[in-house]
Design a protein around this ligand. Sequence first.
Ligand code: XMP
Length: 500
Amino acid sequence: MRKCDDFFEHLKKQDLAVTYDEVRLKTGLSKVMPSDVSLGSFFSRNVPLKIPIVSAAMDTVTESKMAIALAKLGGIGVIHRNLTPKQQSEEAQRVKFHLSGIIAKPITVLERMTMGEVETMRKERNFSFYSFPVINSNGKLVGLLTENDFDFCGDFSQPVSKIMTRALTVASPSISMNGAYDRMKKEKKKVLPLINSDGTLAGLYLFTDLKRILLGQSKMYNVDKNGRLRVAAAIGTGEEEMERLQEIADYVDAVVIDTAHGDSDPVFRMLKAIKKKYDLDVVAGNISEGDSARRLVKAGVDGIKVGQGPGSICTTRIVAGIGCPQVTAIYSVSKAIEGTNIPVCADGGIENSGSIPIAIGAGAHSVMLGKLLAGTTEAPGEVDFQFGSPMKYYRGMGSLSALESSRASRERYRQSDGGGNTLVPEGVEAAVPYTGDLSTIMHQYIGGLQKGMGYVGAATIPELRKKADFWRITSTGMKESHPHGVRIMRDAPNYKRDSD
Ligand code: XMP
């Protein structure tokens, strides 16, 4: 039993559904300071979060830069799928290889390659690191390239075998993280290759990463059991999508079956096919009804995404005339699958930080953000000056330009490949203000969530889901909630009126 059950059941009797601007959380006895609340949650059955924030699988929101920055803050990014499988896999790998405890599959180079070839590969694949184990044609470890080798290499036409360090400190794959750290510290080695008894490479430890993990310098990083940043990726439902999955499966913590209608045959087929072949968490969506959620849970889903049409750039509800206002949709879905342990992600329509505790109070375990992240430095695309202000481009994945340029977008919105006048968009193209670095704005969003929890008296995310109760408010109530009757003289870092 949740505190808000009566509120939603009462509305349901009148066939009424509400969204963010129509409700506010009731305050309650509070024994927690906002700064002391715990924000841990789950994106899917086996993928935890340290903050309940997920970045949208959109081509103007989430590629590796966003996913790395968000995972470092405790959330997770979903790499969009308007990319070839190879490109998408490379984006996921950039996140997975950004830092790690053990690097199970290090990027290696051959001893006969030239230094120039290695440098070109490094740049093409956007790798920020310089440590490469060198292997011979039999796959055996023969040396190591490090940053010094690149810095002091006067002639890049030389083969790697001439430049690399041959006298290596190596260890067996069974060495523990602590053992590896002590050994590297003692021998002043920044890289420790692990080798099998036949001399082939079994993995790699980096001193800086181990130090960070073992000395707790990055408590908030959302990392997997090997100390690598967590990341998810979007996939579709077409037959060729199993090939995409094969490319990305080793580098992601979860895949998201990313469709505009998650309660549909292609989604169930894809879900079952993935679960049969892979040991991987699968989040599916989007839906907005309780019955849809029950069907997905029955089919074996590990996480559900809620939201059909609430997004800032969505026109689905206007074009197709469907959909349920988002706060009721979140409640209906979470209520229908209560007790199943399947997390719910509230996707779309979050306009300001206050909507985050509302979404969680209505039953979500996390929120997915598009617009609120699209203006950050880490979102793909450049800052562009429009009307004298720095802006970034943000488009719906079902907008005309996305449908025209991407087959994945056409599949997401169930459109044929005809093109031109035959396309029926479900989103728009827009621009959003440039908001600077992700960490700066995230501080405000998280601060708002913590404050909301403090007012409700919830010390944890599960407690917020349990204790939250709502007032339904009128448009006058909303007007009262915003600053009114004054002229704002100085912008607040966490408040802007839409009309501003
Ligand atoms: P916000 O409000 O955070 O919403 O900008 C992001 C979410 O919107 C969804 N999305 C779309 N929905 N047409 C739609 O109906 C579109 O073109 C479109 N593009 C994205 C998506 O779920 C995203 O996470």
